[in-house]
Design a protein around this ligand. Structure first.
Ligand code: RNT
Ligand code: ZN
Length: 418
């Protein structure tokens, strides 16, 4: 079947495939830099384990070890993924030059100058994340620590990150989403659950007292249910993060990571719930298997359902900031990166090819029989042809053609790193 035939099938349901393609091509999707190096960054000893309840598993060869290697790998991702891309950086990816080094509380915009040059040369925007983990100053708590000195260090880190985010937004002419997540929590049942949360709340207040233009820098609060080693209690729980964002709507937005909820909860259903109150929200799209395992994102039911809610709720008009967050070290990292990004793009295209208005009318008219039948029949429409056409118009390889390029890159570049 050709694209023209597929287009006609969708047109029969009132869906304009050309319009869907054009719409998606303009939507920024933020690609996390940390899939390339197992969340190691450049500012601490790479042989030390990750902390904060996150973990990469696998030791596939070819991890990026330097800014140059990570940038080269990210270039492969950019070349193989359709759509409008942003890069999501962590503070730990600061680039120090001439033997200089700065601790996290002393980071400055200049430590991200080379990332700005990188983004400018490729015409992409950047998002930012303070790094409140994998550092000797995690005691193990950070912003919620009872230790004044520890807390002060991490508050200063947060403020430095606001300044860096302003710099990125200013230089690149695009808003910078700055996500606050800490792995603060306890392995076993705490005696005081409220104290850490009150300290966390006050610490975020202090961070957000650093001046910034909310139209350009968008601080987010990311919640989490639990992490490895912090199974009993998480300071930044769902209720905490959502309440903070709701009480400070003029300063920040909530961020939902779909690996951060109980296994039967779905973020797809939470998207419209939050959008009924918040003008803007942010997402980390990942794939949890039994826990926040951060597997490569698939073109699966829940990813599609999240994409549908983003599209239906006007999320593509700037109300939903879409970002990816996963890290698999057990397979080729560039392939893992590209596959997840392409799957998010696929899910968004699939959602844009859904006759949402007609289906809403079925729901509102009480015709649930037609609605169920329509939903099922949509699944076997010729989506692949439209996806191929989208890749073609974006100038990137179609399915089947990108993996050979990654394999060649592995042979030429990644294997030489061992
Ligand atoms: C951890 C959070 C957080 C991190 C990144 C590296 O569970 O999802 O967003 O994955 O900041
Ligand atoms: Zn996340």
């Amino acid at each position: 079947m050709s694209y023209m035939e597929a287009k006609a099938r969708y047109a029969a349901l009132g869906v304009d495939a050309d319009a869907a393609i054009a719409r998606l091509a303009a939507v920024p999707v933020s690609i996390h830099c940390w899939q390339g190096d197992d969340v190691r960054g450049f500012d601490t000893d790479p042989s030390k384990p990750l902390t904060g309840g996150i973990q990469t598993t696998g030791n596939y060869p070819g991890r990026a070890r330097t800014p140059e290697e990570l940038m080269a790998d990210f270039d492969r991702v950019l070349a193989l993924c359709p759509g409008t891309k942003k890069i999501s950086l962590h503070a730990s990816y600061a680039i120090f030059e001439d033997g200089e080094w700065a601790d996290r509380d002393k980071l400055e915009p200049k430590h991200f100058r080379r990332w700005v040059e990188y983004c400018k040369a490729r015409g992409i925007g950047a998002d930012f994340n303070p790094t409140f983990f994998s550092h000797p100053k995690c005691d193990p708590l950070t912003l919620s620590s009872p230790n004044e000195e520890t807390r002060r260090f991490w508050i200063e880190h947060g403020k430095a990150c606001i300044r860096i985010s302003s710099y990125l937004a200013e230089e690149l002419g695009q808003p910078c989403v700055m996500n606050i997540w800490t792995g603060d929590g306890f392995k076993d049942i705490p005696a005081d659950r409220m104290g850490p949360r009150v300290r966390y709340r006050e610490a975020i207040d202090e961070i957000l007292s650093e001046p910034y233009d909310f139209a350009k820098v968008k601080p987010c609060i990311e919640s989490k249910v639990f992490g490895i080693g912090v199974e009993a209690y998480t300071v930044g729980s769902a209720e905490f993060a959502l309440s903070y964002a709701a009480a400070n709507m003029d300063k920040c937005i909530p961020l939902m990571d779909n690996g951060h909820y109980h296994p039967t909860e779905v973020v797809s259903d939470k998207i419209p719930a939050l959008l009924a109150f918040f003008p803007e929200i942010a997402l980390h799209i990942t794939r949890p298997i039994r826990w926040d395992s951060d597997h490569v994102v698939l073109f699966d039911d829940e990813t599609r359902e999240m994409a549908k809610e983003i599209v239906r709720c006007g999320g593509l008009d700037g109300r939903v900031n879409i970002a990816l967050d996963y890290f698999d070290a057990s397979i080729n990292r560039v392939a893992a990166w590209v596959l997840g990004v392409r799957n998010v793009q696929k899910a968004l295209l699939y959602a844009l090819l859904t006759p949402n208005e007609a289906m809403k009318q079925m729901q509102d008219g009480g015709d649930f029989t037609s609605l169920l039948v329509r939903q099922e029949e949509l699944k076997t429409l010729p989506f692949g042809e439209v996806w191929d056409e989208y890749c073609c118009r974006c100038g990137v390889p179609q399915d089947g053609a990108w993996l050979p390029e990654v394999k060649q890159y592995e042979k030429d570049v990644l294997m030489a790193r061992v």
